[in-house]
Write a protein that binds this ligand. Structure first.
Ligand SMILES: Nc1ncnc2c1ncn2[C@@H]1O[C@H](COP(=O)(O)OP(=O)(O)OP(=O)(O)O)[C@@H](O)[C@H]1O
Ligand SMILES: [Mg+2]
Length: 241
C-alpha cells in the first residue's frame, strides 16, 4: 500500500527523519512508537506532504506521490489527523464535515452524480464516532475528547485508502480511550488501513498488527506488538541506554 524508500528530512542540523525505509500493509494497523522527538510526526508530515522531503521516495498503491502537494496526496487517498487538533471553533460538527468533503470537489461531484446525498455519509460517520447527538454543536463547545473524536471523524469521512492518526488518545480519559479503541477496531473490520502514532502501550498492544519503533529518526525495531513489549531496543529507546 505505502512504500517509503530511504526518506530523509533535516531541520537545520537536526536529522528528524534519517533514511527511513518502511512498508505499510493494506488492511493492517501499524503503530509507530518512539520517544518524544524521535521523528514520528515528521514521518506523518512527509507522507501527507505537509513537510517536503530532502531525499527519498514515497509511493501509494504503486504510484509515486513524493512530488505531489498535500491536497493532491489527500485526493490520492491519504487521510490524517493532527497531534494538536485543528478545528474551527465557530463551526458545528456538521459544518466541519461539509468543509472536509468540500475540500475534495471531485468526491462531492461523484457523490451527487450517484445521486447519493453526502448527508448519508456524514450520518454514518457521526454514528460511528458517537457524536450524532452533537451534530449542531460548535467545536468551541465540545470537550477535549469530543474534539479528538471529531478530528478522527473528519479523517474518516474523506474518501481515503489509508487513515493516519497522530496520538488519537493522548490526554484522553480511560473511558473515551476505550471508545476510540473500539472505533478503530470497527474500522479495521471494515478493511481500513490504519497507521497510528501512540505512546500508550496498552492501547498499541490491543490494536496493532505491527509495531515500528523510531529513535532519532531511525527505525530501531519492527515486529509484532508482543515482540515490541520484550524488545531490548524499544526499552532502551524509551528509558535510555
Ligand atoms: N518544523 C520544524 N522545524 C524545526 N524542527 C522541527 C520541526 N518539526 C519537527 N522538528 C524537530 O524534529 C524532531 C522530531 O520531531 P517530531 O515532531 O517528528 O517528533 P515526534 O516523534 O512526533 O515527537 P512527540 O512524541 O513529542 O510528538 C524534534 O527534534 C523536533 O523538534
Ligand atoms: Mg509527534
Amino acid at each position: 500500500m505505502i512504500k517509503i524508500k530511504n526518506i530523509n528530512k533535516s531541520f537545520g542540523g537536526l536529522k528528524a527523519v534519517d533514511g527511513i525505509n518502511l512498508e505499510i500493509g493494506k488492511g493492517q494497523i501499524t503503530a509507530i512508537i518512539g520517544p518524544n522527538g524521535s521523528g514520528k510526526t515528521t514521518l506523518f508530515n512527509l507522507i501527507s506532504g505537509i513537510v517536503e522531503k530532502d531525499s527519498g521516495s514515497i509511493s501509494l498503491n504503486g504510484k509515486n506521490i513524493s512530488r505531489q502537494e498535500d491536497f493532491q496526496r489527500s485526493e490520492s487517498g491519504i487521510s490524517r489527523t493532527f497531534q494538536h487538533v485543528r478545528l474551527f471553533k465557530n463551526l458545528t460538527i456538521r459544518e466541519h464535515f461539509e468543509v472536509a468533503l468540500d475540500d475534495d470537489k471531485n468526491l462531492l461531484k461523484k457523490i451527487f452524480s450517484k445521486n447519493k446525498d453526502s448527508g448519508d455519509e456524514i450520518e454514518r460517520v457521526m454514528r460511528l464516532i458517537g457524536l450524532e447527538k452533537n451534530i449542531e454543536t460548535k467545536a468551541n463547545d465540545l470537550s477535549y475528547g469530543q474534539r479528538k473524536l471529531l478530528d478522527i471523524g473528519i479523517g474518516i469521512v474523506k474518501k481515503h485508502d489509508v487513515l493516519m492518526l497522530d496520538e488519537p488518545v493522548a490526554g484522553i480519559n480511560p473511558l473515551l480511550r476505550r471508545k476510540i479503541k473500539e472505533l478503530i477496531k470497527v474500522l479495521r473490520e471494515q478493511g481500513e488501513t490504519i497507521v497510528i502514532i501512540e505512546h500508550n502501550m496498552e492501547f498499541v498492544m490491543d490494536l496493532a498488527d505491527r509495531v515500528v519503533c523510531l529513535e532519532q529518526g531511525n527505525v530501531i525495531f519492527e515486529g509484532t506488538a508482543k515482540e515490541a513489549q520484550s524488545s531490548k531496543e524499544v526499552l532502551e529507546a524509551y528509558l535510555g541506554k
